[in-house]
Design a protein around this ligand. Structure first.
Ligand code: ADP
Ligand SMILES: N[C@@H](CCOP(=O)(O)O)C(=O)O
Length: 320
């Protein structure tokens, strides 16, 4: 589930009076997602998502995320727009949580992407990177090298309980990624979490890019590494899918350049992306209270990717 904060009909009705969106016709919590509370709201004027921001989202950073999604929607990307109330305010408070009413976009997240869908996602990521060239917001990546080290320290002594050897794998990879971390590559605003569940598609086309709450300013090619790690493996990280990797890069390059230096850095960037998701999943695995109504994600799916990337050349990562 991802409804941490309950909203009843009376609270919703009072909330909606701030907007020109009519009155509620239906309202229900959305089961998918792990970070925030999301509700689907149909009103007499249309369909919306109501998000109440929870644990990992820092309320002070919400104006950055809302400015970014508004910028991308203005640039014509399929990014749901935050809805402003009659006074032009998008960021609200509801039941004690920061909250936002957001445009509903149609589409379904693919669970087993094919090459053509993965190519579309590559192209969408390229369009996103082109569209942020004139976005002025800045946000450091809280889940970059310093963030991984903090997460690893928080999990220290407990990783081998998930899988024997995980503690050593994390320590070795932290050291070797830090030693090889590129400092010469272009930076930009990145999505940083473009997993299949954050892409809505219909008829093989991308209809929605959602969940920008890890977006930040970082190495642009790191976003390709995250998307690669998320889209081009089967069997929970057990099997690399070279056709999808080639399609992802081909789609990206149909819209945005990818330099030789960026390609050469893909092995370390992809290892870093795998370590980042391994660590957040391991942290949640070890710290989610028993009985919490959240489906924990498997950290080992990213340990398997980490092993694969550790032995991969740039050409293999490109799917050649
Ligand atoms: N703007 C939107 N339009 C349509 N569906 C959405 C929208 N935003 C979120 N959803 C639905 O809500 C689910 C959870 O949203 P998400 O932002 O991924 O939550 P979380 O941040 O908690 O992981 C998505 O998988 C999607 O089904
Ligand atoms: N994509 C991350 C988890 C973040 O969850 P999301 O639902 O906000 O994308 C992972 O798979 O570990």
């Amino acid at each position: 589930m991802a409804v941490y904060t309950q909203v009843d009909a009376a609270a919703l009705a009072a909330f909606l009076t701030r907007y020109d969106v009519g009155t509620a016709l239906s309202f229900k919590g959305i089961a998918e997602g792990v970070e925030n509370s999301n509700y689907f709201v149909a009103t007499t004027h249309g369909r919306f998502i109501l998000t109440l921001y929870e644990k990992r989202v820092d309320a002070a950073q919400l104006p950055y995320f809302l400015a970014l999604t508004t910028h991308l929607a203005d640039a014509g990307l399929p990014v749901p727009r935050p809805i402003q109330d009659r006074e032009g305010v998008a960021l609200q408070t509801l039941n004690g949580r920061p909250a936002c009413l957001i445009q509903f976009v149609e589409g379904v997240s693919v669970t087993a992407p094919n090459d053509a869908e993965t190519r579309e996602v590559g192209a969408a990521l390229g369009r996103l990177h082109a569209a942020v060239a004139n976005f002025e917001g800045e946000r450091p990546n809280g889940l970059g090298p310093a963030g991984w080290a903090r997460l690893a320290a928080d999990c220290a002594g407990r990783l081998d309980a998930i899988e024997p050897g995980l503690e050593a794998l994390v320590a070795d990879q932290l050291a070797s990624i830090n030693a090889a971390w590129p400092t010469h590559l272009d930076t930009s605003t990145i999505h940083a979490d473009l997993f299949p569940d954050n892409v809505l598609m219909l008829g093989g086309k991308v209809t929605g890019l959602i969940d920008f709450y890890f977006a930040c300013t970082d190495i642009r090619a790191y976003d390709i590494a995250v998307t690669h790690a998320a889209w081009v493996f089967d069997g929970d990280g057990a099997a690399f899918a070279p056709g999808r990797a080639a399609a992802l890069i081909d789609g990206y390059r149909s819209v945005h350049a990818l330099s030789e230096a960026e390609v050469a850095a893909l092995p370390v960037l992809c290892r870093a992306a795998s370590l980042r998701f391994l660590l957040t999943r391991a942290y949640d695995w070890l710290n989610t209270p028993a009985g919490a109504m959240v489906t924990r994600k498997d950290p080992l799916a990213f340990a398997r990717r980490l092993h694969w990337y550790g032995a991969a050349t740039p050409e293999q990562i490109l799917g050649r």
